[in-house]
Write a protein that binds this ligand. Structure first.
Ligand SMILES: Cc1ncc(COP(=O)(O)O)c(C=O)c1O
Length: 387
């Protein structure tokens, strides 16, 4: 056999499974991106994007992975030597910090154990101590894809306001948008960074900055060098439905369809669906007698569950075995969790049986890898999902 029969189980926490409806929508001729049909498509999409971000403001679209939108958020709002306050909540927070350093920013990086989200109390403390006003932005990863831990963005905003600090709030919502309740405007987020390949159920290759009025004002004086990422020519072109570069036309066809699917289901229902599957996944993990990385009940991610193995078991070997035997991809442990953790993605185009299939594969894989577990995990998830 040169190929495994049946459908591959893509249970990494992004890229996620692309619905057939979205695949079909993208399967169309690429059109002139300076012509009237594209203009109509772009104007529609720019209008449709607001609700999923919870904003009435502009959303900038880049033909780039999420990292590009990270960079865009920084270079459009900050100047060389500015200080940003960031938190070591996981691998992606650490990568964003590294990028900020490379761009010439000073990062006040608050240590963390990768099992908790950002502590709003520490945000307030740090900003209250910043009497010189050195800190220009607070960077928060809403859903740490590497750990399955969320940070309470609304409380971070309250903490910033509680001490009257003028810093911008930049939030990475790459693996929360379209999965976990997110409110750019209501939470006073200044730049939301997102990507196509997670809750938006699209292939990778497109990313976003939702931009507040305050961020737009900051961009007028932001001195970090930028060209491709510069919001201004993009926002100017977007007013008429055009882009200053070649846009990812076929991904935009897909985006229109995936937004229609999300709005058709209803965002509150989408969030509830993710929360329900995450609760069933955690229940299975606990029934196996294993631990999840997140230790705070209110900080559990609804899009990914990171499962911690004891030191004598190699999580990568378990993943390899599961891929080999059951044709299922699980997320690897990243950074300092490499080999210690595997991650079950339960986000995007996903239902009860997808979760049960994934959990069945994990349970069999753990047993075959001789990780001692109680075989009750799948049964516990079945009971929860049947209820
Ligand atoms: C939370 C988070 N931030 C940033 C990134 C980086 O995005 P990309 O790999 O699309 O550049 C990822 C990727 O998985 C992520 O999960």
């Amino acid at each position: 056999m040169s190929y495994p029969s049946g459908r591959h189980f893509l249970q990494i926490p992004g890229p996620t499974n692309v619905p057939d409806r979205v695949l079909r929508a993208m399967d169309a001729p690429t059109i002139d991106h300076r012509g009237p049909a594209f203009q109509t498509l772009a104007l529609d999409i720019l209008e449709l994007l607001g609700p999923v971000f919870g904003t009435k403001g502009p959303v900038v679209i880049y033909p780039a992975s999420g990292s590009g939108a990270w960079e865009a958020a920084l270079v459009n709002t900050l100047s060389p030597g500015d200080t940003v306050l960031a938190f070591d909540t996981g691998h992606f927070a650490a990568l964003w910090r590294e990028m900020a350093g490379k761009l010439g920013l000073v990062v006040d990086f608050v240590p963390g154990d990768w099992r908790h989200g950002v502590d709003p109390g520490v945000v307030a403390e740090k900003l209250a101590a910043d009497t010189a006003g050195a800190i220009k932005a607070v960077c928060v990863v809403h859903n740490e894809t590497s750990t399955g831990v969320t940070s309470r963005v609304a409380e971070v905003r309250e903490a910033i306001d509680s001490v009257g600090h003028p810093g911008l709030l930049l939030v990475d919502a790459i693996s929360s948008l379209g999965c976990i309740d997110y409110r750019h405007d209501e939470w006073g987020v200044d730049v939301t960074v997102a990507g196509s390949q997670k809750g938006l159920m699209l292939p990778p290759g497109m990313s976003f900055n939702a931009v507040s009025e305050k961020a737009l004002q900051a961009s007028a004086g932001a001195g970090l060098p930028k060209s491709y990422w510069d919001w201004r020519p993009i926002l100017k072109g977007n007013r008429n439905g055009f882009f200053p570069y070649t846009p990812p036309t076929n991904l935009l066809y897909g985006l229109k369809e995936s937004l229609a699917m999300l709005y058709d289901e209803g965002l509150p229902q989408v969030f509830a669906r993710h929360a329900r599957h995450a609760a069933a996944a955690r229940a299975a993990v606990r029934a196996w007698g294993l631990a999840v990385v997140c230790v705070e009940e209110r900080e559990h991610s609804a899009s990914v569950t990171a499962v911690l193995l004891s030191e004598e078991h190699d999580a990568d070997k378990v993943r390899d075995l599961i891929l080999d035997r059951f044709d299922m991809s699980l997320g690897a442990g990243l950074g300092k969790l490499a080999g210690r953790v595997f991650r079950i993605g339960h986000l995007g185009h996903f239902n009860d049986l997808t979760l049960l299939g994934a959990l069945a594969g994990v349970q069999m894989g753990l047993q075959l890898a001789e990780v001692p577990i109680h075989p009750a995990g799948v049964e516990v998830a079945l009971e929860l999902l049947r209820a």
